[in-house]
Design a protein around this ligand. Structure first.
Ligand code: FMN
Length: 237
């Protein structure tokens, strides 16, 4: 493959009930930085736009994966699961497709009572198939968060997202961007602007770094995979 043809897609996922809010603004900053590298296409999805039911714990995704593993061998990754592997037929089908089509994922969620909002946990739980089928192997990811206060749950939210993304089989390439949506992170609202997070120099800088890190790593991963494939040493994922 001609190296000039190398391109990656970065999917940004916003997990807050607020449309056009601070998380969306922060994530857009990261995606713009990613696009700035060139060779990078981005898409932003807002989970509020999708109907996502709770996981019902039926274990059927897991059982389908195990059945396939018995056929192809337990060492084979990714497990050759075809298409959408969840019994609940709702909008997660659309999001699974977008995740599978991306080379990198950035998940942005606000701090709610010291951690991530329930909607984001519901979204993550509905990705359970990926924990077992390794279809996200070789894709990269990073978390981002916005809070009122500088030290009131940002670390916990970032850690919760990091561990979940790792569990889904993604490679975490950044510690993530913590940011605040109040003046100096002291909890004092900034009324002059709709997106108070844009006044947070540290948070906005971290967002651009996250976007660049995810895009760079996705490009490196893809280039490495293509080089291995081309070398004839065998297909790796
Ligand atoms: C239910 C709820 C709980 C919150 N809990 C915290 C918290 O524990 N710590 C904090 O710093 N901010 C907390 N916040 C503030 C949000 O993190 C903050 O408003 C953030 O900017 C929301 O991002 P958004 O505009 O993208 O929705 C909470 C907000 C809500 C609505």
């Amino acid at each position: 493959m001609n190296p000039d043809d190398l391109k990656v897609k970065i999917l940004g996922i916003v997990g807050t009930p607020i449309k056009d809010g601070n998380c969306q603004y922060l994530l857009k900053e990261a995606l713009d930085a990613a696009e700035g590298l060139g060779r990078v296409e981005t898409e932003l999805v807002h989970i509020k736009d999708y109907n996502i039911e709770y996981c019902i714990g039926c274990d059927k995704c897991l059982r389908r994966v195990h059945k396939l593993q018995k056929e192809v061998g337990f060492h084979v990754i990714p497990v050759p699961v075809k298409d959408y592997n969840c019994t609940i037929k709702d909008d997660m089908e659309i999001i699974h497709k977008k995740i599978l089509g991306a080379d990198g994922i950035i998940l942005a969620a606000p701090v709610y009572i010291g951690t991530i909002p329930g909607q984001v946990k519901t979204f993550i739980d509905r990705c359970r198939t990926f924990v077992h089928d390794y279809r996200l192997n070789g894709k990269v990811a990073a978390p981002m968060t916005v809070a009122f206060f500088r030290n009131a749950g940002s670390d916990t939210a970032l850690q919760a997202m990091t561990l979940s993304l790792l569990a889904l089989g993604l490679t975490i390439v950044s510690i993530g961007a913590p940011s605040v949506s109040t003046r100096e992170g002291l909890g004092v609202p900034i009324r002059e602007t709709r997106f108070a997070v844009k006044e947070d120099l540290l948070g906005m800088t971290a967002a651009r770094v996250v976007g660049s890190q995810v895009a760079q790593s996705a490009l490196q991963m893809k280039a490495g995979r293509l080089a291995l494939d081309a070398s004839g040493t065998g297909k790796v994922g």
